[in-house]
Design a protein. Structure first.
Length: 321
Protein backbone atom coordinates (compact mmCIF):
# COMPACT_ATOMS: atom_id res chain seq x y z
CA UNK A 1 0.00 0.00 0.00
CA UNK A 2 1.31 3.46 -0.90
CA UNK A 3 1.59 5.44 2.35
CA UNK A 4 3.24 8.57 0.94
CA UNK A 5 1.43 11.84 1.42
CA UNK A 6 -0.04 13.61 -1.60
CA UNK A 7 -1.00 17.19 -2.23
CA UNK A 8 -3.96 18.54 -4.16
CA UNK A 9 -4.97 16.37 -7.13
CA UNK A 10 -2.42 13.75 -6.13
CA UNK A 11 0.61 15.95 -6.76
CA UNK A 12 3.78 15.03 -4.76
CA UNK A 13 4.57 17.00 -1.61
CA UNK A 14 7.97 18.06 -0.33
CA UNK A 15 7.59 15.22 2.15
CA UNK A 16 7.62 12.83 -0.81
CA UNK A 17 10.63 14.53 -2.39
CA UNK A 18 12.72 14.73 0.81
CA UNK A 19 15.16 17.38 1.98
CA UNK A 20 18.01 16.62 -0.40
CA UNK A 21 15.68 15.99 -3.32
CA UNK A 22 14.20 19.43 -2.73
CA UNK A 23 17.65 21.01 -2.53
CA UNK A 24 18.72 19.29 -5.74
CA UNK A 25 15.62 20.54 -7.51
CA UNK A 26 16.16 24.12 -6.37
CA UNK A 27 19.86 23.88 -7.29
CA UNK A 28 18.93 23.32 -10.95
CA UNK A 29 17.91 26.97 -11.24
CA UNK A 30 20.30 28.88 -13.58
CA UNK A 31 22.91 31.13 -11.99
CA UNK A 32 24.91 34.06 -13.31
CA UNK A 33 28.70 34.02 -13.72
CA UNK A 34 29.12 35.98 -10.52
CA UNK A 35 27.95 32.95 -8.50
CA UNK A 36 31.15 30.91 -8.32
CA UNK A 37 29.72 28.24 -5.99
CA UNK A 38 25.95 27.91 -5.59
CA UNK A 39 23.75 25.46 -3.66
CA UNK A 40 25.39 22.17 -2.72
CA UNK A 41 28.25 23.23 -0.46
CA UNK A 42 28.38 24.68 3.05
CA UNK A 43 28.26 28.23 1.67
CA UNK A 44 27.64 29.96 -1.61
CA UNK A 45 30.61 31.83 -3.08
CA UNK A 46 29.59 35.03 -4.81
CA UNK A 47 31.82 37.48 -6.67
CA UNK A 48 31.23 41.13 -5.81
CA UNK A 49 32.92 44.24 -7.24
CA UNK A 50 35.47 44.33 -4.42
CA UNK A 51 36.18 40.58 -4.35
CA UNK A 52 34.17 37.55 -3.21
CA UNK A 53 31.95 36.77 -0.25
CA UNK A 54 30.84 33.55 1.44
CA UNK A 55 27.08 33.33 2.08
CA UNK A 56 24.97 30.76 3.94
CA UNK A 57 21.47 30.62 5.46
CA UNK A 58 20.02 28.33 8.12
CA UNK A 59 16.54 27.98 9.63
CA UNK A 60 15.60 26.88 13.14
CA UNK A 61 11.94 26.10 13.72
CA UNK A 62 10.38 25.60 17.15
CA UNK A 63 9.34 22.00 17.69
CA UNK A 64 11.64 20.82 14.91
CA UNK A 65 15.07 22.14 15.89
CA UNK A 66 14.51 23.33 19.45
CA UNK A 67 11.98 23.33 22.26
CA UNK A 68 11.53 26.19 24.70
CA UNK A 69 11.15 23.73 27.57
CA UNK A 70 14.51 22.17 26.69
CA UNK A 71 16.66 25.29 26.39
CA UNK A 72 16.71 28.92 27.47
CA UNK A 73 16.32 31.58 24.78
CA UNK A 74 19.95 32.63 25.18
CA UNK A 75 21.16 29.11 24.39
CA UNK A 76 18.81 28.87 21.40
CA UNK A 77 20.42 32.06 20.10
CA UNK A 78 23.93 30.70 20.57
CA UNK A 79 22.95 27.49 18.80
CA UNK A 80 21.25 29.31 15.92
CA UNK A 81 24.28 31.48 15.28
CA UNK A 82 26.70 28.55 15.60
CA UNK A 83 24.85 26.64 12.87
CA UNK A 84 25.60 29.48 10.45
CA UNK A 85 29.05 30.52 11.57
CA UNK A 86 30.28 26.93 11.29
CA UNK A 87 29.31 26.83 7.60
CA UNK A 88 31.75 29.64 6.87
CA UNK A 89 34.36 27.83 8.97
CA UNK A 90 33.83 24.72 6.83
CA UNK A 91 34.88 26.64 3.71
CA UNK A 92 38.06 27.83 5.42
CA UNK A 93 36.64 31.31 5.92
CA UNK A 94 35.85 33.76 8.70
CA UNK A 95 32.37 35.16 9.26
CA UNK A 96 31.99 38.94 9.22
CA UNK A 97 28.25 39.72 9.46
CA UNK A 98 24.85 38.14 10.06
CA UNK A 99 21.29 39.10 9.27
CA UNK A 100 18.49 37.59 11.35
CA UNK A 101 14.91 36.82 10.36
CA UNK A 102 12.67 36.26 13.38
CA UNK A 103 9.04 35.10 13.41
CA UNK A 104 7.04 34.46 16.59
CA UNK A 105 3.54 34.37 18.07
CA UNK A 106 2.25 37.68 19.37
CA UNK A 107 2.03 36.26 22.90
CA UNK A 108 5.76 35.46 23.13
CA UNK A 109 7.41 37.38 25.96
CA UNK A 110 9.65 40.23 24.87
CA UNK A 111 12.34 39.01 27.27
CA UNK A 112 12.58 35.73 25.37
CA UNK A 113 13.28 37.57 22.12
CA UNK A 114 15.83 39.83 23.82
CA UNK A 115 17.66 36.86 25.35
CA UNK A 116 17.67 35.11 21.97
CA UNK A 117 19.21 38.17 20.36
CA UNK A 118 21.88 38.41 23.05
CA UNK A 119 22.79 34.77 22.44
CA UNK A 120 23.16 35.36 18.69
CA UNK A 121 25.27 38.47 19.27
CA UNK A 122 27.54 36.76 21.81
CA UNK A 123 28.15 33.72 19.58
CA UNK A 124 28.92 35.94 16.59
CA UNK A 125 31.39 37.91 18.71
CA UNK A 126 33.51 34.75 19.15
CA UNK A 127 34.63 35.15 15.53
CA UNK A 128 34.44 38.94 15.35
CA UNK A 129 31.18 38.99 13.39
CA UNK A 130 28.25 41.36 13.94
CA UNK A 131 24.49 41.28 13.44
CA UNK A 132 23.85 43.88 10.74
CA UNK A 133 20.12 43.57 10.02
CA UNK A 134 17.16 41.29 9.56
CA UNK A 135 13.37 41.15 9.65
CA UNK A 136 10.59 40.31 12.12
CA UNK A 137 7.10 38.95 11.47
CA UNK A 138 4.29 37.05 13.17
CA UNK A 139 3.98 33.26 13.07
CA UNK A 140 2.35 30.41 14.95
CA UNK A 141 5.74 29.05 16.06
CA UNK A 142 9.08 30.69 16.72
CA UNK A 143 11.23 30.57 13.60
CA UNK A 144 14.77 31.90 13.30
CA UNK A 145 16.41 32.43 9.90
CA UNK A 146 20.03 33.60 9.91
CA UNK A 147 22.13 34.52 6.91
CA UNK A 148 25.87 34.81 7.45
CA UNK A 149 28.42 36.59 5.30
CA UNK A 150 32.10 35.74 5.41
CA UNK A 151 35.39 35.97 3.62
CA UNK A 152 38.39 33.77 3.01
CA UNK A 153 42.08 34.57 2.64
CA UNK A 154 42.37 31.83 0.00
CA UNK A 155 40.06 29.95 -2.36
CA UNK A 156 37.31 28.26 -0.35
CA UNK A 157 37.71 24.57 0.49
CA UNK A 158 34.84 22.70 -1.19
CA UNK A 159 33.26 19.32 -0.60
CA UNK A 160 34.36 18.20 -4.05
CA UNK A 161 38.14 18.12 -3.59
CA UNK A 162 38.74 14.79 -1.84
CA UNK A 163 40.98 12.37 -3.75
CA UNK A 164 41.89 8.69 -3.26
CA UNK A 165 44.83 8.44 -0.89
CA UNK A 166 43.75 11.39 1.26
CA UNK A 167 43.23 10.86 4.98
CA UNK A 168 39.92 11.71 6.66
CA UNK A 169 39.96 13.55 9.98
CA UNK A 170 37.81 15.63 12.29
CA UNK A 171 38.33 18.20 15.02
CA UNK A 172 36.02 19.34 17.81
CA UNK A 173 33.45 17.47 19.91
CA UNK A 174 31.59 14.69 18.17
CA UNK A 175 28.62 12.70 19.45
CA UNK A 176 28.06 14.93 22.47
CA UNK A 177 25.06 16.86 21.13
CA UNK A 178 23.53 13.70 19.69
CA UNK A 179 23.78 11.97 23.06
CA UNK A 180 22.33 15.06 24.71
CA UNK A 181 19.32 15.00 22.40
CA UNK A 182 18.95 11.29 23.11
CA UNK A 183 18.75 12.08 26.83
CA UNK A 184 16.33 14.99 26.43
CA UNK A 185 14.01 12.97 24.21
CA UNK A 186 13.66 10.46 27.02
CA UNK A 187 12.64 13.11 29.53
CA UNK A 188 15.95 13.40 31.39
CA UNK A 189 18.27 16.35 31.99
CA UNK A 190 21.51 14.52 32.75
CA UNK A 191 24.37 13.95 32.19
CA UNK A 192 24.34 17.74 32.22
CA UNK A 193 27.49 17.99 30.10
CA UNK A 194 25.74 16.22 27.21
CA UNK A 195 22.50 18.16 27.53
CA UNK A 196 24.49 21.41 27.54
CA UNK A 197 26.38 20.25 24.45
CA UNK A 198 23.07 19.95 22.59
CA UNK A 199 21.81 23.27 23.91
CA UNK A 200 24.97 25.17 23.06
CA UNK A 201 27.46 23.65 20.59
CA UNK A 202 31.12 24.68 20.58
CA UNK A 203 32.32 24.68 16.95
CA UNK A 204 36.11 24.85 16.50
CA UNK A 205 35.86 28.11 14.54
CA UNK A 206 39.60 28.73 14.22
CA UNK A 207 40.19 25.25 12.77
CA UNK A 208 38.63 26.03 9.39
CA UNK A 209 41.14 28.63 8.19
CA UNK A 210 43.99 26.60 9.72
CA UNK A 211 42.90 23.49 7.82
CA UNK A 212 42.59 25.45 4.59
CA UNK A 213 46.10 26.85 5.00
CA UNK A 214 47.36 23.33 5.80
CA UNK A 215 46.11 22.06 2.43
CA UNK A 216 42.73 20.47 3.21
CA UNK A 217 41.32 19.07 -0.03
CA UNK A 218 37.67 18.93 1.12
CA UNK A 219 35.87 20.07 4.25
CA UNK A 220 32.38 20.05 5.78
CA UNK A 221 30.54 21.17 8.89
CA UNK A 222 29.12 18.11 10.67
CA UNK A 223 25.55 19.14 11.47
CA UNK A 224 23.50 16.10 10.39
CA UNK A 225 25.87 13.33 11.48
CA UNK A 226 29.40 12.34 10.41
CA UNK A 227 28.27 9.51 8.12
CA UNK A 228 25.65 11.65 6.40
CA UNK A 229 27.91 14.66 5.96
CA UNK A 230 30.93 12.65 4.81
CA UNK A 231 28.49 11.07 2.38
CA UNK A 232 28.05 14.53 0.83
CA UNK A 233 31.83 14.83 0.50
CA UNK A 234 32.10 11.39 -1.10
CA UNK A 235 29.31 12.14 -3.57
CA UNK A 236 30.60 15.60 -4.50
CA UNK A 237 34.16 14.29 -4.93
CA UNK A 238 33.24 11.08 -6.76
CA UNK A 239 35.07 8.91 -4.22
CA UNK A 240 34.42 6.54 -1.32
CA UNK A 241 35.34 7.12 2.31
CA UNK A 242 36.44 4.24 4.53
CA UNK A 243 36.22 4.86 8.28
CA UNK A 244 37.98 2.88 10.99
CA UNK A 245 35.79 2.37 14.07
CA UNK A 246 38.81 1.80 16.30
CA UNK A 247 40.07 5.32 15.54
CA UNK A 248 37.17 6.91 17.45
CA UNK A 249 37.44 7.52 21.16
CA UNK A 250 34.13 7.41 23.07
CA UNK A 251 33.99 9.97 25.89
CA UNK A 252 32.92 8.53 29.27
CA UNK A 253 29.60 10.49 29.47
CA UNK A 254 28.60 9.15 26.05
CA UNK A 255 29.60 5.62 27.03
CA UNK A 256 27.50 5.90 30.18
CA UNK A 257 24.38 7.04 28.29
CA UNK A 258 24.85 4.33 25.68
CA UNK A 259 25.12 1.64 28.35
CA UNK A 260 22.12 2.96 30.29
CA UNK A 261 19.88 3.06 27.20
CA UNK A 262 21.21 -0.04 25.43
CA UNK A 263 22.54 1.89 22.42
CA UNK A 264 25.79 1.39 20.51
CA UNK A 265 27.99 4.25 21.76
CA UNK A 266 29.67 4.56 18.36
CA UNK A 267 26.30 5.45 16.81
CA UNK A 268 26.32 8.78 18.67
CA UNK A 269 29.68 9.68 17.12
CA UNK A 270 28.78 8.53 13.62
CA UNK A 271 25.17 9.68 13.31
CA UNK A 272 24.63 12.39 15.94
CA UNK A 273 24.50 15.92 14.58
CA UNK A 274 24.47 19.45 16.01
CA UNK A 275 28.00 19.46 17.45
CA UNK A 276 29.10 21.43 14.36
CA UNK A 277 32.47 19.80 14.48
CA UNK A 278 34.63 19.97 11.36
CA UNK A 279 35.52 17.05 9.09
CA UNK A 280 38.06 17.29 6.29
CA UNK A 281 40.32 15.36 3.98
CA UNK A 282 44.04 16.03 3.70
CA UNK A 283 46.81 14.66 1.46
CA UNK A 284 48.53 11.82 3.30
CA UNK A 285 51.88 13.48 2.55
CA UNK A 286 51.04 16.64 4.52
CA UNK A 287 49.30 15.00 7.47
CA UNK A 288 46.76 16.90 9.57
CA UNK A 289 47.01 20.00 11.76
CA UNK A 290 47.37 19.74 15.53
CA UNK A 291 44.12 18.86 17.26
CA UNK A 292 42.73 16.73 14.42
CA UNK A 293 41.98 13.00 14.68
CA UNK A 294 42.48 10.78 11.64
CA UNK A 295 39.59 8.32 11.37
CA UNK A 296 39.76 6.98 7.82
CA UNK A 297 40.92 7.25 4.25
CA UNK A 298 39.58 8.27 0.86
CA UNK A 299 39.46 5.39 -1.63
CA UNK A 300 38.10 4.61 -5.08
CA UNK A 301 34.36 3.89 -5.23
CA UNK A 302 31.34 5.54 -3.71
CA UNK A 303 29.63 5.97 -0.34
CA UNK A 304 30.91 5.73 3.23
CA UNK A 305 31.80 2.50 5.01
CA UNK A 306 32.77 1.64 8.58
CA UNK A 307 35.32 -1.18 8.91
CA UNK A 308 34.68 -2.09 5.31
CA UNK A 309 30.87 -2.34 5.44
CA UNK A 310 27.92 0.05 5.15
CA UNK A 311 26.60 1.30 8.48
CA UNK A 312 23.46 -0.49 9.60
CA UNK A 313 20.64 1.98 10.26
CA UNK A 314 20.25 5.69 9.67
CA UNK A 315 23.39 7.62 8.84
CA UNK A 316 22.19 10.88 10.34
CA UNK A 317 19.43 13.45 10.32
CA UNK A 318 17.44 14.35 7.20
CA UNK A 319 14.45 16.68 7.15
CA UNK A 320 11.21 15.22 5.75
CA UNK A 321 12.40 11.72 6.63
Amino acid sequence: MDTTSRGAEGRPTIGDLGEFGLIAQVAREPRSDRVQVGPGDDCAYVRVPTGSVLVSTDLLVEGRHFRRDWAEAYDVGRRAAAANLSDVMAMGGVATALTVGFAAPADLEVQWAEDLTRGIVDEAALVGAEVVGGDVTAADAVTIAITVLGESAQSPVLRSGARPGDVVAFTGRIGWAGAGLHVLARGFRSPRVLVDAFRRPEPPYEAGPVAAAHGATAMIDVSDGLLADLGHVAEASGVAIALDAAAFEVAPPIADVAAATNVDALSFLLTGGDDHTLAATFPASTGVPDGWTVVGTVVEGEGVTVDGAPWEGAGGHEHYR
